[in-house]
Every structure is written in C-alpha cells, then in structure tokens.
Ligand binder design. Structure first.
Ligand SMILES: [Zn+2]
Length: 163
C-alpha cells in the first residue's frame, strides 16, 4: 500500500542502474511505517551556511510490516538508507522490528521474497544482490535474526528461469 506521506520536498528519481537490494531492520521493536517516516522527517544535516537540511521523509524505498503488508516508501525515487555512495544505485527495503531482539515473521519472509523477486526481474539482478545493510556499511543492521539465507532461497523459488 502507499501511505499518504507528507514529503518535505519532491524526491529525485534514481538515474543510475540498481545493483543491490539492501535489507534493513528498524532497530526498534514496535515502530510502524508512519513512526519511521516521522522520525526520518525530523532528521537533518547542517549545510555549510549553518541552516538545517531536513530529510524529505522515510528513507526506505519499500517497507514490510510484521503482518507482511508491503508499503511503498520512496519507491523508485532516490532513497536515504545506505549513505551517499549507495543511495543512488540501490533500493532499500525496511522490515518492521528489532532483529537483534525479535524474530523476523514468516509473513515478512514471504513478502520480502515476493518483493525482492519483482525487483530482481525489473533490474536484472540475482539473489546474490540481496544484501544486508551491514554488508556495505559498518552496522549490525538488519540484525542477527534477519533470515537472509531463507530470504534468498525463497526469492529464488519465485524467479523465472534464467535468474
Ligand atoms: Zn539499515
């Protein structure tokens, strides 16, 4: 579903080819997609002139709740989830929960596989391009209980021949 976000500004499309699908947890046990959006909307960097440059809103391209509901975040617009080096050539998928403390649900695994499979076909990738945030930056995200191996296996089952 597509929540009615109140973006601070228009978001640019991603112009480079997508080369990785970056999986994230929220490092928070209960936050909803709206909580994450409001939190990200409050974040900012300080410009050279000292003024605040606020994030437009939720930084993930897609987001998956405990019940498996898939939400569009920034969609095909440039995300804010993996740093300047990666935001322009990856898509970020956020999962509700804190996977150093909680288990990833079966519904999240199923929806994650379905979403990653679609993105792999759209962007001509492979299951090896499904990675965790910690694979490209120094972070424990998406958490030790993130079911990465199962996610890749379930995604592969959904892909057409040749992927
Ligand atoms: Zn992350």
């Amino acid at each position: 579903m597509v929540p009615n976000y109140n973006w601070r500004e228009a978001l640019p499309y991603i112009e480079e080819p997508i080369i990785k699908l970056v999986q994230h947890h929220m490092a928070h046990p209960t936050w909803t997609v709206y909580d994450v959006h409001n939190y990200h909307r409050s974040k900012y960097v300080i410009r050279e002139d000292g003024t605040k440059d606020y994030w437009a809103g939720i930084g993930y391209n897609y987001w998956i709740g405990f019940d498996g509901t898939i939400y569009e975040g920034r969609g095909r617009k440039r995300g804010a989830h993996a740093g300047a080096e990666w935001n322009g050539r990856s898509l970020g998928i956020g999962y509700q929960g804190h996977f150093n403390q909680q288990e990833m649900t079966d519904a999240q695994l199923r929806s994650g596989a379905w979403l990653n499979a679609i993105l792999i076909v759209e962007d001509n990738l492979s299951v090896d391009d499904i990675i965790g945030h910690g694979d490209i930056l120094s972070t424990s995200c998406p958490g030790k209980n993130f079911r990465m191996q199962e996610l890749r296996e379930e995604t592969q089952k959904l892909l057409p021949a040749g992927f």
